[in-house]
Write a protein that binds this ligand. Structure first.
Ligand SMILES: Cc1cc2nc3c(=O)[nH]c(=O)nc-3n(C[C@H](O)[C@H](O)[C@H](O)COP(=O)(O)OP(=O)(O)OC[C@H]3O[C@@H](n4cnc5c(N)ncnc54)[C@H](O)[C@@H]3O)c2cc1C
Length: 405
């Protein structure tokens, strides 16, 4: 049995980022163990995020765009997004960069072991893997199965996506502009479907098909959707698929406690760091782990109560939009089109990052169709009156992706 000060279960985006921020803090001398069942030697995902600051990680500084475009059914809009940049990280580059950085610290270890159980006691926490039993003063878990919020209900809305890294024979892509959302080929009824395009060169891009749905995954549908989009919308007949990417992100306002006992914290998707209405997580992970470590380093025996503050105002907006995604999916495209067509792109990004003042929110909302939102408020109040109780959710407001009875 080995003892550690800090044990991080799951060494993906959240686990590695926390270890990185710890290594840059006054806690860098603590004995830290990262456990992951995977070696993290494959390129299992691509992250994008926008920021007005230059990212810490070299892997995030190599590919970025100063312009974003949005396509609705009948319009295209391309804008500079100053003061932001849209950054891109290849999962494998990030894993390699952070593991290489952490390897300089003899007190920080990475072990490839599958975690089976986490037991918490007053002074210590035990972590069992297939091979070993570990003890640690503090555990930070990013494995969803050990988070009290998981498993999520079956009808949780999920963001399904499938992408091709493609190479063309001729120049096709405008390298300085990433396509954030393209709704022009949203043909699946009852589901929300859009595409995005991240060009690396004039002949290379990641083209991705995204579906928001509470139904089961339909890989064949996404594959054929992608092929039609590449051929018909992008006009590319002759291309080579270099790599494929696929994934699922849960979208929920279900409460996700960032702590399940005095000594066990939950981080990343397992700790509710995914923005419910968009699925973006990477930047939240960076912001919240940096803020947590900054506070923790001055009082190691008393870590901050949780990871980042929950902004009730934005959780309320997320609840409304998730409800629309779930029960009025045909309205979602109209809302996104109005949001992007009628507002400046950088203001929309600031809002999606939850950094706007409420007066800025109101200016954005003035340009949105109100009816779908009023419908949700009306329905929820009606169900509250008829059931005699409030549908409790994360915001404490009678809204959200609670089940529709
Ligand atoms: C394909 C894909 C693309 C995404 N793109 C974006 C994006 O562009 N922008 C964005 O903001 N967000 C994106 N996300 C959402 C989110 O940023 C990622 O899912 C991110 O990786 C979440 O970090 P995490 O640490 O919570 O989870 P993960 O990175 O998945 O890390 C969890 C780790 O736990 C390990 N693990 C699981 N079970 C065990 C076990 N029993 N024992 C030991 N280890 C275990 C896994 O191997 C994994 O390494 C994407 C998600 C996916 C799936």
């Amino acid at each position: 049995m080995a003892k550690f000060d800090i044990l991080i279960t799951g060494a993906g985006a959240a686990g590695l980022s926390l270890a990185y921020h710890l290594s840059k803090s006054d806690l860098s001398n603590k004995r830290i163990l990262l456990l992951d069942k995977d070696s993290k030697h494959t390129n299992d995902r691509t992250w994008c995020f926008w920021s007005d600051e230059t990212p810490n990680f070299k892997s995030a500084r190599e590919v970025f765009w100063d312009k974003l475009s949005f396509s609705g059914e009948n319009f295209d809009k391309t804008s500079l997004i100053h003061p932001y940049r849209y950054y891109h990280i290849k999962g494998l580059d990030f894993y390699n960069e952070l593991k290489a950085h952490l390897a300089y610290f003899p007190n920080i270890e990475f072990r490839q072991e599958s975690v089976q159980k986490i037991n918490t006691h007053k002074e210590i926490t035990e972590v069992y893997t297939e091979q070993n039993r570990y003890e640690a003063a503090w555990v930070f878990n990013s494995i969803p199965q050990f988070s009290p919020a998981f498993p999520l209900p079956e009808d949780t809305v999920k963001q399904y996506f499938k992408g091709y890294f493609i190479k063309t024979q001729k120049d096709f892509f405008t390298k300085d502009t990433a396509k954030l959302m393209d709704f022009s080929m949203n043909t699946v009824s009852g589901e929300i479907k859009f595409f995005y395009v991240l060009p690396y060169h004039s002949r290379e891009a990641l083209v991705e098909c995204t579906v928001l749905s509470k139904n089961r995954e339909n890989p064949e549908e996404y594959r054929s959707g992608l092929e039609v989009y590449i051929q018909e919308k992008l006009g590319i007949q002759d291309y080579e698929i270099l790599e494929e990417e696929k994934g699922i992100i849960p979208m929920t306002t279900k409460p996700m406690p960032s702590k399940s006992s005095e000594r066990v914290f939950h981080i990343g998707t397992a700790g509710g760091m995914t923005k419910p209405s968009s699925g973006y997580t990477f930047r939240n992970i960076q912001k919240s782990s940096l803020a947590f470590v900054k506070k923790w380093q001055s009082n190691y025996e008393n870590p901050p109560a949780d990871f980042g503050k929950i902004n009730k105002r934005f959780k309320f907006y997320d609840s409304l939009l998730l409800h629309i995604i779930k029960y009025q999916p045909q309205q979602f495209q109209q809302i996104m089109e109005a949001l992007f067509q009628k507002n400046e792109m950088h203001k929309v990004l600031k809002f999606l990052d939850e950094e706007t003042h409420w007066t800025e929110d109101m200016q954005l909302f003035m340009n949105l169709p109100w009816k779908p939102f009023l419908n949700v408020l009306y329905e929820q109040n009606l169900s509250w009156l008829t059931s005699g109780r409030r549908n409790q959710n994360w915001t404490g407001l009678p809204l959200g992706d609670t089940s529709h009875g």
